[in-house]
Structure formats: structure tokens, C-alpha cells
Design a protein. Structure first.
Length: 306
């Protein structure tokens, strides 16, 4: 007889196979998170751990990609140097690896992963057409681009957590923004916003400066994000996640993207129910989170799981 826990394991394995790119569903960087004799950046009670351990990150990731695509420098880096069209799941796995190691890993794993990402960024450069028609040179290591990618990421994961997580009642916005700002220092930016209000102010400054724009390339990337090459079954779920991401985006950004969200009264309850169903189906803790908790317990940082 196929028991509920067996079904949960099977669904969890299938889900993690998509996210990590590993045929067995085991993240290849599991050992990196499990190793080390230090606490890393965050513990289970810290806001970044809580937010990034939540399934609302699935929605936040889609939202972040849409928002980030509005900056022509960020977009050019993706379009000219990324394998998003030929290997979208590989790119997803790379982003997932960075996020989870920075959140759950020890200092040695964080340093190694940051070195990998920074080496990749050093190779990303080129030019894009600015709003005034001139050619602008860019590098992925430019502070302005690093800040935009960081604030778009931070804002997206925070907003989707606040809107869809079963733990959305937690008042952790300022803590999340301040503590997750540590992540961007590993990418070469001295600091990021330190509060929810500062995060909003920085986002608004980009909008008012006319740095954001939509081109044919933007539309192409957005169309790909809207309908990536997934199986029919996966696309059904993804369609709900995409609408949930779109609903969480402020109207001015939706208009720039040329997208119109379905009514909030319809999308939000469905997305919240989907988050609960997925959590029930695949389990409350990922193998990565469990490995981090075991490491922290072994070295005496924590005594039990929250």
C-alpha cells in the first residue's frame, strides 16, 4: 500500500528535481550546507531563514525576474550572457544554489559560493540602448546594477511572503531587509537597504530616475517568464504562481511590463490555498534546511528545531 508519507516523499522528490536539476531530487550542494563548524549568517529564528524556507519563494522568484527585467542593464546581462532560453532549469538551479547556501550554509560554503557567482559576474559585460537612444556600457559588477538586482529580489521575496505565506502574520519586514542586506556584501556591494521603508525609497528612486524601460527584448524575456518550457502539468501550477506574482506587483510596474493581473479577490485565496497544499504534499522542511539544522545542532548553536 502507498502510504501518505511515501506519497509526500515522491512528490517532494519530483518537486526538488525541477528546482535543483538533480535526477534524484537531492540538491548537489547539500554537502556544502551540511559541512562547516560555524553558524553561518542566519539561524532558524532569523527572518531570512523564515522567508527563504517558505514556499512563497516560488512566487517571489517569478516576481523578482519580472521586476529585474525592467532595468536595461540587468536585462542585457540576462539576454546576452544567460542560458535562460536553452537551459532555464539549469539557471533556476544555479540561483537556488546561491540563495540556499547564503541562507542556510556556513561561512566557508558562503565564501565558496560567492566566489563562484562573482567569477561569473566578472565575465558579464556589454552594452544596451538607453531610453534616449544612446549606447550604455554595463558590467554585472556595477554597483547600480547590483543594487537594483538586490532590491528587486528583496522586495519580491518580502512582498510575496507577506501576501501568501501561512506565516504572513509575522512582523519581520525590517529584520528581513536589514539582515538579508548582508548577502549583497558578498557580491561586492558595501551595503543594501536596512529597513522596509528604505527598501521602498530605493525602489522608488529607480522608478523616478527613468532608468527603467521596456524594449522588444524586455517583452521577449517577459513572454518567456510567463510561459517557460515546462510540462503540461507543471505549466498548470506555474500559471497560478505567475498570476500570484503578478498580483503582488504594483500597478505602475505592471503597466510598464504590459501585463494585467487578474482580480486580487480571486488570485490571493487560490494562491494561499496552493501554498498550503504544496506544503502538505512535499513536507514542511527541505533536505537543505534539515541539513543546516543538523549542522547547527551538532556545533551547539541550537538545541532543537523551531
Amino acid at each position: 500500500m502507498f502510504m501518505p508519507n511515501q506519497l509526500q516523499n515522491a512528490l517532494g522528490t519530483r518537486f526538488r528535481r525541477i528546482i535543483t536539476g538533480d535526477p534524484g531530487g537531492t540538491p548537489p550542494w547539500l554537502g556544502q550546507i551540511a559541512s562547516g563548524a560555524d553558524a553561518g549568517l542566519f539561524q532558524p529564528t532569523d527572518a531570512p531563514w523564515i522567508v527563504h524556507g517558505d514556499l512563497s519563494t516560488l512566487i517571489g522568484g517569478i516576481r523578482a525576474l519580472l521586476i529585474q527585467a525592467l532595468h536595461p542593464g540587468s536585462l542585457a546581462g540576462v539576454a546576452q550572457h544567460s542560458r535562460y532560453e536553452t537551459d532555464p532549469l539549469g539557471r533556476l538551479a544555479g540561483t537556488t544554489k546561491w540563495l540556499t547556501i547564503l541562507t542556510f550554509g556556513g561561512k566557508q560554503a558562503i565564501a565558496a559560493e560567492s566566489q563562484r557567482v562573482n567569477a561569473m559576474h566578472q565575465r558579464v559585460s556589454g552594452s544596451f540602448t538607453s531610453a534616449d537612444g544612446s549606447q550604455t556600457q554595463y558590467r554585472a559588477t556595477d554597483p547600480d546594477l547590483l543594487q537594483w538586482v538586490h532590491v528587486a529580489f528583496t522586495d519580491s521575496f518580502l512582498r510575496t511572503f507577506q501576501m501568501y505565506s501561512p506565516e504572513r502574520h509575522l512582523n519581520l519586514a525590517d529584520e528581513y531587509v536589514e539582515k538579508w542586506a548582508q548577502a549583497v556584501t558578498y557580491l561586492g556591494l558595501p551595503t543594501g537597504p536596512k529597513s522596509e521603508q528604505e527598501l521602498q525609497d530605493v525602489m522608488h528612486s529607480y522608478f523616478l530616475s527613468d532608468q527603467l524601460q521596456v524594449t522588444e527584448q524586455t517583452q521577449r524575456v517577459v513572454a518567456f517568464i510567463k510561459r517557460p518550457p515546462l510540462s503540461r502539468t507543471a505549466l498548470v501550477v506555474y500559471g497560478f504562481l505567475f498570476q500570484a506574482a503578478l498580483v503582488s506587483i504594483p500597478s505602475p510596474y505592471q503597466e510598464m511590463l504590459g501585463l494585467k493581473a487578474k482580480p486580487k479577490w480571486l488570485v490571493i485565496p487560490v494562491a494561499r490555498a496552493l501554498m498550503r497544499l504544496m506544503k502538505l504534499a512535499i513536507g514542511s522542511h527541505s533536505p537543505l534546511e534539515e541539513a543546516a539544522i543538523e549542522r547547527l545542532t551538532t556545533i551547539g548553536v541550537i538545541s532543537s528545531v523551531r
